[in-house]
Design a binder for this molecule. Structure first.
Ligand SMILES: NC(=O)c1ccc[n+]([C@@H]2O[C@H](COP(=O)([O-])OP(=O)(O)OC[C@H]3O[C@@H](n4cnc5c(N)ncnc54)[C@H](OP(=O)(O)O)[C@@H]3O)[C@@H](O)[C@H]2O)c1
Length: 293
C-alpha cells in the first residue's frame, strides 16, 4: 500500500534509503540540512524537497530519520522547526540513527504527548546494504506500530525484527558494534601476521573464509585492507560514537567489555593518525603504523 512518508537526513545511509521508498511507490518528501543534497536527491528520484523537518513531516503517515548522533536527533525532532511541530495525531516517527537507548526513550515520551508513536530502528549493512536495499533493521517499540512500518521498511531492508520496548533496537545495535569491534581487530591482526609470515594474504583469505574464521568483514573488507585502502565505508568517528554509547550503557547494566574498551582506544589511535573518516577496517593501518616505528 502506498503511503505518504518523509525522510529526514540524506547522508551515506539516508539518501539511498529514501530512494528505495520512492522507488517502491510511496509519496516521499525529504529534508536535508544541506539543501543541495536534497535537490540532487529529487532529481534522481520522484519526490518533494522541504526546507525544514516540520514542513517535510506535514501530511506524512510515517516520518523516517537518519541523522548523526543523539544531539542531531534532538535538533531535528524538537528544534524550532522539528518534525514534532509538523506531525499529526496518530502518525508514526521512526529513527534509523544509531543513538543511545536513553535518547530513544526520551524522544518516544515527547512524541507520545502528541499521540505520535515512536520506533527506534538502527540499521546494519553499511553503505552497500543501504544502496542495495538489503539492510538489517533492529527495532524497539510497540508491536502493533512495528507491524505497520515493517512492510514500508522492506523497501530498503531484507530483515527487520522487533526486539522489545523502545530502546531495544539501539541496545541490539550496541551488541552488533561490540561484535564487529573484536572481529575487525582479529582480522587486522591475522592479515598482519600473514604478511610477517611471508604468506600471500589473498590466498590465505580464499582458504580460510569459508571455514570457521569466515565473517562479513573478512568477505567484504580483506581486499581493501590488503591494498591499504580506507577512504570509504563506515567512518571510525561514527564507530567511536557507537562504542562510546555501548561502553556507557555497560556502566548502567553492569556488562564487562574489556575488548570493546581496548578496540575503542585503538580507534582513537586511528583518529590521531588522521583517519577519522577512514572505514573501520583501518585497524590494520594502525598496526602497520606501529610496526614502522
Ligand atoms: N555509514 C554506515 O555504514 C552506517 C551503517 C549503519 C549505521 N550508520 C548510522 O547511521 C547514521 C547516519 O550515518 P551516515 O553514514 O549516513 O552519516 P552521514 O553521511 O554523515 O550523514 C548524516 C546525515 O545527518 C544529517 N545531519 C547531521 N546532523 C544534523 C543536524 N544537527 N541537523 C540536521 N541534519 C543533520 C546530515 O546532514 P548534512 O548533509 O547537512 O551534513 C546528513 O544528512 C549514523 O548514526 C551512523 O552511525 C551508518
Amino acid at each position: 500500500m502506498s503511503m505518504n512518508v518523509s525522510f529526514i537526513g540524506l547522508g551515506v545511509m539516508g539518501y539511498p534509503m529514501a530512494g528505495h521508498l520512492a522507488n517502491a511507490g510511496h509519496t516521499v518528501t525529504v529534508y536535508n540540512r544541506t539543501t543541495a543534497k536534497a535537490e540532487q536527491w529529487a532529481q534522481q528520484y520522484s519526490g518533494e524537497v522541504a526546507l525544514t523537518p516540520a514542513l517535510a513531516a506535514k501530511g506524512a503517515d510515517i516520518v523516517f530519520m537518519c541523522v548523526g548522533n543523539d544531539d542531531d536527533l534532538r535538533s531535528v525532532v524538537y528544534g524550532e522547526n522539528g518534525v514534532l511541530t509538523g506531525m499529526a495525531d496518530g502518525t508514526i516517527l521512526v529513527d534509523h540513527t544509531t543513538t543511545s537507548a536513553e535518547v530513544a526513550r526520551e524522544v518516544s515520551a515527547k512524541a507520545a504527548l502528541q499521540n505520535i508513536a515512536f520506533i527506534d530502528a538502527p540499521v546494519s549493512g553499511g553503505q552497500a546494504g543501504a544502496e542495495n536495499g538489503v539492510l538489517t533493521v533492529m527495532a524497539g517499540g510497540d508491536a502493533a506500530v512495528f507491524a505497520k512500518v515493517q512492510p514500508v521498511m522492506a523497501a530498503f531492508s531484507r530483515f527487520s525484527q522487533l526486539l522489545g520496548e523502545v530502546g531495544s533496537g539501539q541496545l541490539c545495535k550496541m551488541v552488533n558494534q561490540i561484535c564487529i569491534a573484536g572481529v575487525v581487530q582479529g582480522l587486522a591482526e591475522g592479515l598482519h601476521f600473514a604478511k610477517q609470515a611471508g604468506l600471500d594474504g589473498e590466498k590465505v583469505i580464499e582458504t580460510i573464509a569459508k571455514g570457521a574464521a569466515g565473517s562479513w568483514q573478512m568477505e567484504n573488507r580483506h581486499k581493501t585492507m590488503l591494498a591499504g585502502e580506507y577512504e570509504f565505508g563506515f567512518a571510525v568517528d561514527w564507530m567511536r560514537k557507537d562504542l562510546g554509547i555501548a561502553l556507557d550503557e555497560a556502566k548502567n547494566n553492569g556488562a564487562t567489555l574489556p575488548m570493546t574498551a581496548t578496540v575503542d582506544q585503538y580507534y582513537a589511535d586511528v583518529q590521531a593518525l588522521g583517519g577519522g573518516r577512514y572505514d573501520t577496517s583501518s585497524l590494520l593501518a594502525r598496526i602497520e603504523a606501529l610496526h614502522k616505528n
